[in-house]
Design a protein around this ligand. Structure first.
Ligand code: DLL
Length: 435
């Protein structure tokens, strides 16, 4: 692994040393939170846990969890742990699933966050020779500001494009020689399509992409890599814990290294809260051990995934998380069966479609109905042999064996489904309207 400022020793530290550092930081953080965050102090008092009971990471399980509802109940200042004079920034969740959560940052918190994003850019091969094209949204969403700050720290020339205006994005890529593109994977596909249509792929200098903020499959990775002629890296994060860069992929593309000098990760059983051993699927929980303004302890992300400490050939020792399987709140119960959008996506991508699809769930005469609209690829549409009815039946059969329930399938012409510029909205659950 090439050495430079943004691959600090800490990324390759032996596990015992990382855990020692985590223990020291955790002890201090719990004191800070207990002294300054009244709702968390109440939670600890309720179960009789005192800061002095937490002597290191082995005691982490004694601490109470925080959920998104706790943060919403205390909106906006309840979980802030420093005086407002020390806060220099807020970011916020989109609030699509309820009241917004506002996260606060001191200058030091911003530095740590940007450092994590810088490490992600370096892990994707970035340096001060690169032109980093950021088309995550800017503003309250953490994507644009976080990656922007990381790119500055790396010393790359940073293009703060924000999302949308695809024509302009491509023009800038051509004119300024963008080498690294950062956006949601669904927008990357959208850009890929537009680049193919314009026939300008050969004029671009893109070599890598850093994509996250929504779930995406390995099949989608391959599509994006082919369309853009790049290596596609995954990046993960959430507003409550800072933003992008909580974890990211290295050149192995085999899970995202969690920045363990700043965050402790656990996997729990979402039903019982019990901590599960390495390798189990469960809900990811984060404890922030360096953040000062909004230092959440044992925050339940609702993301379901697996952690692994298997050795990574990149040399980084930080634990890896596999691609999140989905969110516990993404799961739909249709006709009494658990259905994940990612399962549906896997079936259609395997059959050669791209990730341009929409799932519509409804309830008619008290019976659930699930419909999938999938777009033909331009090649399929141009092929006179393509038989739409046959294609619909193939997808239906694939879904029936994956999910065990019948799904109505419509195969529609290319460009019928609205394209995403940020996080794609894949599911429209009309049943929620009747609740
Ligand atoms: O999406 C932060 C981010 C920005 C991450 C840019 C990566 C790149 P939120 O809007 O608060 O923050 O949404 C967080 O998005 O709990 C996951 O469910 C999902 N998510 C984020 N990254 C990934 C990923 C940003 N790589 C929520 N794979 C998280 C799957 C992801 N899901």
């Amino acid at each position: 692994m090439a050495k430079n400022y943004y691959q600090p020793e800490i990324e390759t530290m032996p596990l015992e040393q990382i855990q020692k550092l985590q223990s020291e930081r955790l002890v201090e953080q719990v004191k800070h939170v207990y002294a300054n965050v009244a709702p968390y102090r109440r939670k600890m008092d309720e179960i009789g846990v005192k800061p002095e009971d937490i002597k290191g990471i082995d005691d982490l399980h004694k601490l109470p969890f925080i959920t998104k509802d706790d943060l919403r109940d205390e909106y906006p200042f309840g979980y802030v742990a420093v005086p407002m004079e020390e806060c220099v920034r807020i970011q916020s969740t989109s609030g699509t699933t309820g009241r917004r959560v506002v996260a606060f940052y001191t200058q030091e918190d911003l530095d740590v966050w940007e450092e994590c994003c810088a490490r992600a850019i370096v892990a994707a091969g970035g340096s001060n020779k690169d032109v980093c094209h950021v088309c995550y949204g800017y503003g309250l969403f953490t994507g644009g500001p976080g990656i922007n700050g990381g790119s500055h720290k790396v010393g790359a020339l940073t293009l703060p494009m924000s999302s949308g205006n695809t024509e302009r994005q491509i023009q800038f890529m051509e004119d300024l020689g963008s080498t690294i593109i950062c956006c949601t994977p669904s927008y990357a596909l959208n850009l890929g399509e537009a680049i193919q249509e314009k026939g300008v792929k050969d004029k671009l200098k893109l070599k890598a992409g850093i994509f996250g903020a929504e779930p995406w499959t390995e099949e989608m990775r391959r599509d994006i890599e082919d369309m853009l002629g790049i290596k596609a890296y995954d990046i993960y994060g959430l507003t409550e814990i800072s933003g992008p860069g909580v974890s990211f992929e290295c050149e192995e593309q085999a899970g995202m290294h969690i920045q363990e000098d700043h965050f402790i990760a656990e996997i729990i059983n979402p039903e019982t809260g019990e901590v599960l051993p390495e390798g189990s699927v469960g809900e990811l929980v984060f404890t922030c051990i360096t953040k000062k303004a909004y230092p959440l302890l044992r925050y339940r992300t609702r993301d379901l995934c697996i952690l692994t400490r298997e050795k990574c050939s990149c040399g980084r020792t930080h634990v890896r998380m596999k691609k999140p399987k989905g969110r516990s709140d993404d799961m739909m119960v249709v006709k009494g069966v658990n259905v994940w959008p990612s399962q549906i996506e896997a079936v259609i991508l395997k059959q050669g479609y791209q990730a341009n699809y929409q799932i519509i769930v409804d309830r008619i005469n008290n019976r659930d109905r699930i419909e999938l609209q999938v777009e033909l690829t331009p090649e399929m549409a141009a092929d006179p042999e393509t038989n739409v009815k046959k294609k619909e039946n193939e997808i239906k059969t694939g879904l029936k064996s994956m999910l065990g329930i019948g799904v109505e399938v419509s195969v529609v012409p290319p460009k019928t489904i609205v394209r995403s510029e940020g996080k794609a909205v894949r599911v429209i659950d009309k049943r929620k309207l009747y609740e």
